[in-house]
Design a protein around this ligand. Structure first.
Ligand SMILES: CCCCC/C=C\C/C=C\C/C=C\C/C=C\CCCC(=O)SCCNC(=O)CCNC(=O)[C@H](O)C(C)(C)COP(=O)(O)OP(=O)(O)OC[C@H]1O[C@@H](n2cnc3c(N)ncnc32)[C@H](O)[C@@H]1OP(=O)(O)O
Length: 184
Protein backbone atom coordinates (compact mmCIF):
# COMPACT_ATOMS: atom_id res chain seq x y z
CA UNK A 1 0.00 0.00 0.00
CA UNK A 2 1.56 3.23 -1.05
CA UNK A 3 -1.27 5.73 -1.34
CA UNK A 4 -1.34 8.86 0.78
CA UNK A 5 -4.23 10.69 2.37
CA UNK A 6 -5.66 13.46 0.26
CA UNK A 7 -4.10 16.84 0.75
CA UNK A 8 -6.54 19.66 1.52
CA UNK A 9 -6.28 20.74 -2.11
CA UNK A 10 -6.88 17.30 -3.60
CA UNK A 11 -10.47 16.11 -3.51
CA UNK A 12 -9.57 12.67 -4.84
CA UNK A 13 -6.37 10.94 -3.70
CA UNK A 14 -4.20 9.02 -6.10
CA UNK A 15 -4.00 5.35 -5.22
CA UNK A 16 -0.97 3.99 -7.01
CA UNK A 17 -0.19 0.96 -4.93
CA UNK A 18 -3.11 -1.03 -3.53
CA UNK A 19 -2.31 -3.99 -1.34
CA UNK A 20 -4.77 -6.27 -3.04
CA UNK A 21 -7.38 -6.23 -5.76
CA UNK A 22 -10.05 -6.87 -3.12
CA UNK A 23 -9.47 -3.51 -1.45
CA UNK A 24 -9.20 -1.56 -4.69
CA UNK A 25 -12.31 0.27 -5.90
CA UNK A 26 -13.44 -0.94 -9.34
CA UNK A 27 -12.61 1.35 -12.24
CA UNK A 28 -14.94 4.33 -12.31
CA UNK A 29 -16.12 3.94 -8.73
CA UNK A 30 -16.73 7.46 -7.45
CA UNK A 31 -14.78 8.76 -4.50
CA UNK A 32 -17.05 10.72 -2.20
CA UNK A 33 -16.86 14.45 -1.94
CA UNK A 34 -16.14 15.60 1.62
CA UNK A 35 -19.34 16.62 3.38
CA UNK A 36 -20.19 17.67 6.88
CA UNK A 37 -23.55 15.92 6.75
CA UNK A 38 -22.13 12.44 7.18
CA UNK A 39 -20.56 13.35 10.49
CA UNK A 40 -23.90 14.57 11.79
CA UNK A 41 -25.62 11.31 10.77
CA UNK A 42 -22.85 9.26 12.35
CA UNK A 43 -22.83 11.12 15.61
CA UNK A 44 -26.63 10.95 15.84
CA UNK A 45 -26.53 7.18 15.20
CA UNK A 46 -23.96 6.63 17.91
CA UNK A 47 -25.29 9.10 20.46
CA UNK A 48 -25.17 7.64 23.94
CA UNK A 49 -23.18 4.55 22.93
CA UNK A 50 -19.91 4.36 24.88
CA UNK A 51 -19.29 0.63 24.63
CA UNK A 52 -17.01 0.51 21.57
CA UNK A 53 -13.87 -1.55 22.23
CA UNK A 54 -11.93 0.93 20.13
CA UNK A 55 -13.13 4.28 21.41
CA UNK A 56 -15.74 3.73 24.11
CA UNK A 57 -15.31 5.38 27.46
CA UNK A 58 -17.24 2.53 29.12
CA UNK A 59 -15.12 -0.24 27.55
CA UNK A 60 -12.76 -0.78 30.49
CA UNK A 61 -10.41 -3.07 28.58
CA UNK A 62 -10.72 -1.12 25.33
CA UNK A 63 -8.12 0.98 23.56
CA UNK A 64 -9.67 4.33 24.55
CA UNK A 65 -8.97 5.73 21.09
CA UNK A 66 -9.53 9.46 21.00
CA UNK A 67 -11.18 10.85 17.85
CA UNK A 68 -9.51 14.17 17.18
CA UNK A 69 -11.04 15.50 14.00
CA UNK A 70 -12.34 15.30 10.47
CA UNK A 71 -11.02 17.38 7.60
CA UNK A 72 -11.79 16.92 3.93
CA UNK A 73 -13.05 13.41 4.59
CA UNK A 74 -9.94 12.36 6.51
CA UNK A 75 -10.66 11.05 10.01
CA UNK A 76 -7.94 11.42 12.63
CA UNK A 77 -7.69 9.63 15.94
CA UNK A 78 -5.00 8.56 18.39
CA UNK A 79 -4.30 6.27 21.32
CA UNK A 80 -1.46 5.50 23.70
CA UNK A 81 0.08 2.02 23.73
CA UNK A 82 -0.18 0.57 27.26
CA UNK A 83 1.63 -2.41 28.78
CA UNK A 84 -1.47 -4.57 28.37
CA UNK A 85 -1.29 -3.97 24.59
CA UNK A 86 2.02 -5.83 24.26
CA UNK A 87 2.57 -8.71 21.89
CA UNK A 88 6.32 -9.24 21.74
CA UNK A 89 8.08 -7.79 24.81
CA UNK A 90 7.89 -4.04 24.86
CA UNK A 91 6.06 -3.78 21.55
CA UNK A 92 2.44 -3.25 20.61
CA UNK A 93 0.51 -6.34 19.52
CA UNK A 94 -0.39 -6.36 15.82
CA UNK A 95 -4.02 -7.12 16.61
CA UNK A 96 -4.22 -4.00 18.75
CA UNK A 97 -2.89 -1.96 15.86
CA UNK A 98 -5.39 -3.64 13.51
CA UNK A 99 -8.15 -2.61 15.91
CA UNK A 100 -6.98 0.99 15.71
CA UNK A 101 -6.96 0.83 11.91
CA UNK A 102 -10.45 -0.74 11.92
CA UNK A 103 -11.65 2.09 14.14
CA UNK A 104 -10.22 4.80 11.89
CA UNK A 105 -11.34 3.24 8.60
CA UNK A 106 -14.74 2.59 10.13
CA UNK A 107 -15.01 6.20 11.21
CA UNK A 108 -14.15 7.38 7.71
CA UNK A 109 -16.82 5.03 6.32
CA UNK A 110 -19.52 6.23 8.71
CA UNK A 111 -18.67 9.79 7.69
CA UNK A 112 -20.23 8.96 4.33
CA UNK A 113 -23.62 9.22 6.02
CA UNK A 114 -24.57 5.52 6.24
CA UNK A 115 -23.86 2.68 8.65
CA UNK A 116 -21.05 0.29 7.75
CA UNK A 117 -19.42 -2.85 9.12
CA UNK A 118 -15.98 -4.18 8.28
CA UNK A 119 -16.02 -6.75 5.49
CA UNK A 120 -12.29 -7.00 4.87
CA UNK A 121 -9.32 -5.39 6.58
CA UNK A 122 -5.73 -5.64 5.32
CA UNK A 123 -2.78 -4.40 7.35
CA UNK A 124 0.89 -3.89 6.50
CA UNK A 125 3.17 -3.54 9.53
CA UNK A 126 6.16 -1.40 8.63
CA UNK A 127 7.83 -0.62 11.96
CA UNK A 128 7.58 -1.79 15.59
CA UNK A 129 5.53 0.37 17.95
CA UNK A 130 6.95 0.52 21.51
CA UNK A 131 4.85 0.54 24.67
CA UNK A 132 4.28 4.15 25.70
CA UNK A 133 4.00 5.39 22.12
CA UNK A 134 1.30 7.77 21.02
CA UNK A 135 -0.12 6.34 17.81
CA UNK A 136 -1.73 8.77 15.38
CA UNK A 137 -4.10 7.22 12.87
CA UNK A 138 -5.87 8.71 9.88
CA UNK A 139 -8.19 7.18 7.33
CA UNK A 140 -10.06 8.17 4.19
CA UNK A 141 -12.39 6.73 1.55
CA UNK A 142 -11.00 5.84 -1.86
CA UNK A 143 -14.22 4.82 -3.58
CA UNK A 144 -17.84 3.73 -3.35
CA UNK A 145 -19.46 0.84 -5.22
CA UNK A 146 -23.03 0.09 -4.23
CA UNK A 147 -23.04 -0.99 -0.58
CA UNK A 148 -19.23 -1.26 -0.55
CA UNK A 149 -17.01 1.54 0.67
CA UNK A 150 -13.26 1.27 0.09
CA UNK A 151 -11.03 2.83 2.75
CA UNK A 152 -7.35 3.30 3.43
CA UNK A 153 -5.42 4.52 6.43
CA UNK A 154 -2.07 4.82 8.11
CA UNK A 155 -0.72 4.95 11.65
CA UNK A 156 2.24 7.09 12.62
CA UNK A 157 4.27 6.89 15.81
CA UNK A 158 5.00 9.80 18.12
CA UNK A 159 3.03 12.44 16.24
CA UNK A 160 0.96 13.08 13.13
CA UNK A 161 4.16 13.49 11.10
CA UNK A 162 6.05 10.64 12.75
CA UNK A 163 7.22 7.52 10.93
CA UNK A 164 4.53 5.32 9.40
CA UNK A 165 4.19 2.07 11.36
CA UNK A 166 1.07 0.59 9.80
CA UNK A 167 -0.82 0.98 6.56
CA UNK A 168 -4.27 -0.50 6.06
CA UNK A 169 -6.90 -0.93 3.39
CA UNK A 170 -10.38 -2.27 3.77
CA UNK A 171 -13.83 -2.81 2.38
CA UNK A 172 -16.77 -1.80 4.56
CA UNK A 173 -20.32 -2.91 3.77
CA UNK A 174 -23.35 -0.70 4.29
CA UNK A 175 -25.96 -2.20 6.62
CA UNK A 176 -29.30 -1.00 7.99
CA UNK A 177 -29.72 0.10 11.59
CA UNK A 178 -31.49 -3.25 12.22
CA UNK A 179 -28.16 -5.04 11.66
CA UNK A 180 -27.10 -4.04 15.16
CA UNK A 181 -28.17 -5.73 18.37
CA UNK A 182 -29.65 -3.46 21.01
CA UNK A 183 -27.54 -3.42 24.15
CA UNK A 184 -28.90 -5.72 26.87
C1 LIG B 1 -14.29 15.53 16.89
C2 LIG B 1 -14.34 14.72 15.66
C3 LIG B 1 -15.34 13.60 15.67
C4 LIG B 1 -15.08 12.68 14.52
C5 LIG B 1 -15.85 11.43 14.68
C6 LIG B 1 -15.24 10.32 13.91
C7 LIG B 1 -15.54 9.07 14.14
C8 LIG B 1 -16.59 8.71 15.13
C9 LIG B 1 -16.36 7.43 15.82
C10 LIG B 1 -16.71 6.27 15.41
C11 LIG B 1 -17.22 5.96 14.07
C12 LIG B 1 -18.24 4.96 14.08
C13 LIG B 1 -18.06 3.70 13.79
C14 LIG B 1 -16.84 3.15 13.21
C15 LIG B 1 -16.02 2.54 14.23
C16 LIG B 1 -15.56 1.31 14.22
C17 LIG B 1 -15.78 0.38 13.15
C18 LIG B 1 -15.73 -1.02 13.64
C19 LIG B 1 -16.37 -1.87 12.61
C20 LIG B 1 -16.52 -3.26 13.06
O1 LIG B 1 -15.80 -3.75 13.85
S1 LIG B 1 -17.82 -4.14 12.36
C21 LIG B 1 -17.63 -5.75 13.09
C22 LIG B 1 -16.92 -6.74 12.22
N1 LIG B 1 -17.65 -7.03 11.01
C23 LIG B 1 -18.78 -7.75 11.02
O2 LIG B 1 -19.28 -8.15 12.02
C24 LIG B 1 -19.36 -8.03 9.66
C25 LIG B 1 -19.91 -9.47 9.62
N2 LIG B 1 -20.43 -9.76 8.29
C26 LIG B 1 -21.71 -9.48 7.97
O3 LIG B 1 -22.51 -9.05 8.79
C27 LIG B 1 -22.10 -9.70 6.53
O4 LIG B 1 -21.23 -10.62 5.91
C28 LIG B 1 -22.13 -8.37 5.74
C29 LIG B 1 -23.17 -7.42 6.34
C30 LIG B 1 -20.74 -7.72 5.72
C31 LIG B 1 -22.52 -8.66 4.27
O5 LIG B 1 -23.65 -9.53 4.28
P1 LIG B 1 -24.97 -9.19 3.44
O6 LIG B 1 -25.77 -10.46 3.36
O7 LIG B 1 -25.65 -7.99 3.97
O8 LIG B 1 -24.46 -8.78 2.00
P2 LIG B 1 -23.65 -9.60 0.88
O9 LIG B 1 -23.03 -10.82 1.42
O10 LIG B 1 -24.61 -9.78 -0.28
O11 LIG B 1 -22.51 -8.55 0.48
C32 LIG B 1 -22.86 -7.28 -0.03
C33 LIG B 1 -21.71 -6.80 -0.90
O12 LIG B 1 -20.56 -6.72 -0.07
C34 LIG B 1 -19.53 -7.57 -0.58
N3 LIG B 1 -18.80 -8.18 0.53
C35 LIG B 1 -19.30 -8.84 1.57
N4 LIG B 1 -18.34 -9.27 2.36
C36 LIG B 1 -17.18 -8.84 1.80
C37 LIG B 1 -15.82 -8.99 2.14
N5 LIG B 1 -15.46 -9.66 3.24
N6 LIG B 1 -14.89 -8.43 1.36
C38 LIG B 1 -15.24 -7.76 0.25
N7 LIG B 1 -16.52 -7.58 -0.13
C39 LIG B 1 -17.47 -8.14 0.63
C40 LIG B 1 -20.25 -8.61 -1.40
O13 LIG B 1 -19.41 -9.18 -2.40
C41 LIG B 1 -21.38 -7.79 -1.99
O14 LIG B 1 -20.88 -7.07 -3.09
P3 LIG B 1 -21.75 -6.87 -4.42
O15 LIG B 1 -22.92 -6.00 -4.00
O16 LIG B 1 -20.85 -6.18 -5.40
O17 LIG B 1 -22.19 -8.23 -4.85
Amino acid sequence: MTSSPPSPSASRPARPGPASSRTTPPPGAPAPAPSGEGAAVMLASLAGFDGCFGCGSEAESGLRIRHTGVEDGVVTCEFTVRREHQGAPGLCHGGVLATAMDEALGGAAWLLGNRYVTGRLETDYLAPVPVGSDVHVRAWCTGLDGRKAYLEGEARVGGPDGPVAVRAAGVFIEVPQEHFVPES
